[in-house]
Design a protein around this ligand. Structure first.
Ligand code: ATP
Length: 199
């Protein structure tokens, strides 16, 4: 799976339709302060199903729509489209390309499209689960989060590293197995008690 392109239209500072093609070797987006670098990252999070307006630095979700500028009227609609190549079938869809679109209108109405078909938010978050781009993943770390990680306690930092390394999943499975083992041991003890009483 590879991020191929992003089309931003009416989202935050992108009043005009803007397409970014992520060619091989592209590693950074640079630009002056306030030019919209973070808005690009927020567009990616939004199209993948972000539900918290606050985490997108907005009051309510329709605030992500272009709010107007000195010589430009506000818009009534925002849309973002993200395209992933999927020839390796990393995403569980039998398609070489996966295209996700999210739209929102001033009245708050919004919709998701997956390869041109209208879908629910759940379908998008489900698709992204365990891909490294899901809700709890660390693929996208905001400026504030970087600071929080620096300031976190060693145990908290360890949990983040374990999550990134994919160890957490196994730790949880181990915990569950240990619980089951303890329960089984208890059952065995009870059986031994009963056998003792009968004998
Ligand atoms: P920095 O380097 O300072 O972090 P940046 O390049 O990441 O800046 P952003 O934070 O992405 O810049 O963009 C901020 C700009 O986006 C501000 O000028 C702000 O007015 C504009 N902006 C944010 N939301 C909207 C909106 N809904 N409508 C119009 N402009 C918006």
């Amino acid at each position: 799976m590879k991020l191929k392109s992003l089309v931003i239209n009416g989202f935050k500072s992108f009043a005009d339709k803007t397409q970014i093609d992520f060619q091989t070797g592209m590693t950074a987006i640079v630009g002056p302060n306030g030019s919209g670098k973070s808005n690009v990252i927020e567009a990616i999070r939004w199209v993948l199903g972000e539900q918290s307006a606050k985490s997108l630095r907005s009051g309510k979700m329709p605030d992500v729509i272009f709010a107007g500028a000195s010589e430009r009227k506000p818009l009534n609609r925002a849309s973002v489209t993200i395209t992933f190549t999927n020839t390796d079938r990393y995403l569980p869809l039998n398609e070489d390309e996966v295209v996700i679109t999210r739209r929102i209108y001033r009245d708050g109405d919004s919709e998701f499209l997956l390869n041109g078909k209208q879908v629910r938010l759940k379908d998008i978050t489900g698709l992204m689960l365990d891909t490294g781009l899901g809700k709890e993943s660390f693929s996208i770390i905001s400026q504030g989060r970087v600071e929080a990680i620096f300031k976190s306690k060693p145990e908290e930092r360890r949990a983040i590293i374990e999550e990134v390394a994919g160890v957490l999943k196994y730790k949880k499975e181990k915990q569950k197995a240990q619980q089951e083992l303890a329960q089984t041991t208890e059952h065995l003890n009870r059986v031994a008690d009963i056998v003792g009483e009968l004998g």
